[in-house]
Ligand binder design. Structure first.
Ligand code: C5P
Length: 285
C-alpha cells in the first residue's frame, strides 16, 4: 500500500456527567460519545525519515503542537518506522468541543499502523491514544459508546437512529482545562439541563429517538455558559429557529441543535449562518 486516505470523524456527547475531580487533576466522567459525519481528511504515505505534516483548510500547526504529529511520533518512537508524510484537510472547527484534534490523532494511529503493518490491535491503538488525550480512544473506536474514567474506559453501545444536527461555533474557542477549572469552582450543574444517562442508555438500546432527545444534557454547559454567555445565546437561537433540543458539545463552545430532518436542519442553519459563519449541518453516524 502506497497511500492511505482516512476520514477523522468528530464527536458530540449525548450526555456528559462530571463525577468529581481526581487526585491527578483530571475529572472522572460518565459520558455517551457519538461520532458525527463531519470529518477531517488525512492521507498517509511513506517517506525516507521523520514526520512531515502538511495541512489545508482551517489553519492548524504543522509541528509537534499538532496532535496528529504527536500520534505519529509516539508510534515511531515505540514501534519504529522510517518516516511518514501526512496531509491533513482540516474541516472540524478548532477548540470547539468536537474532538477534532483527537480525531486526527486517532486517524493517524490507525493510518500509520496500517501503512507500516505494525500489527497493533484496535484495543492497543486506543491505549496508545489515551496517552495523547482523553477523547482519542473513543475516536479510535468510533460509533456510539459509554465513556468512564477520563473518558478512555469505553463500552460500545448499539448504533443510534440518525439525528440531524446543526453545529454552531462562536468565533472564539475554549480551553478544556479552563472549563474543568471552572467546574471545580462552581456550585454545581444546572439542574434544568441535567443529563439523564440511564434514560439515554435505555432509549439507545430500544432505538427510541424521543427518549434519546429527552435525556440529552451536559454538566459542563452551565460552566462554559457562565464563562462565555454567548454559548447560552446560541442555544436559545437554535431553539427559537426550530431545533428540538440544543446542547453544548464536550467542553464547548460549539452547540449542537437537533433538527427533525435534513431539510429542517439546513433551514435552521441558513438562519444561524448570518450571525455565526461556523454553522455546519451534519448528522450522527
Ligand atoms: O486529556 P486532554 O488532553 O484532552 O485534557 C485536556 C485538559 O482537560 C486536561 O489537562 C484537564 O485539565 C482537563 N480534563 C479533565 N478531565 C477529563 C478530561 C480533561 O480535567 N476527564
Amino acid at each position: 500500500m502506497d497511500v492511505l486516505t482516512l476520514p477523522a470523524y468528530g464527536k458530540i456527547n449525548l450526555t456528559l456527567k462530571v463525577l468529581g475531580r481526581r487526585s491527578d487533576g483530571y475529572h472522572d466522567l460518565s459520558t455517551i460519545f457519538q461520532s458525527i459525519a463531519l470529518a477531517d481528511i488525512l492521507t498517509f504515505s511513506r517517506c525516507r525519515e521523520g514526520i512531515r505534516l502538511e495541512t489545508s483548510g482551517l489553519p492548524v500547526p504543522e509541528g509537534p503542537e499538532n496532535l496528529a504529529y504527536r500520534a505519529a511520533a509516539r508510534l515511531q518512537s515505540r514501534y519504529g518506522f522510517p518516516g511518514v508524510r501526512i496531509t491533513l484537510k482540516k474541516q472540524i472547527p478548532l477548540a470547539a468541543g468536537l474532538a477534532g484534534g483527537s480525531a486526527d490523532a486517532a486517524a493517524t494511529l490507525i493510518g500509520v499502523n496500517t501503512l507500516f503493518n505494525l500489527g497493533l490491535t484496535p484495543g492497543q491503538l486506543a491505549r496508545e491514544g489515551a496517552a495523547l488525550g482523553s477523547d482519542v480512544p473513543f475516536c479510535v473506536i468510533g460509533g456510539t459508546a459509554l465513556g468512564r474514567g477520563r473518558g478512555e474506559e469505553l463500552s460500545l453501545l448499539p448504533p443510534l437512529p440518525t439525528l440531524w444536527l446543526v453545529l454552531v461555533k462562536p468565533s472564539f474557542g475554549v480551553s478544556t482545562a479552563d472549563v474543568y477549572r471552572g467546574w471545580d469552582a462552581s456550585p454545581g450543574p444546572n439542574p434544568l439541563e441535567a443529563p439523564d444517562e440511564e434514560r439515554a442508555l435505555a432509549a439507545i438500546r430500544r432505538g427510541d429517538l424521543a427518549g434519546i432527545l429527552a435525556s440529552l444534557g451536559n454538566d459542563l454547559e452551565a460552566v462554559t455558559c457562565r464563562l462565555y454567555p454567548e454559548v447560552m445565546a446560541i442555544k436559545m437561537r437554535l431553539l427559537a429557529e426550530g431545533a428540538e433540543r440544543a446542547v453544548m458539545c464536550g467542553s464547548g463552545p460549539a452547540v449542537f441543535g437537533v433538527a427533525a430532518d435534513g431539510e429542517t436542519a439546513r433551514r435552521i442553519a441558513s438562519r444561524l449562518q448570518e450571525t455565526y459563519p461556523e454553522t455546519i449541518v451534519t448528522r450522527t453516524l
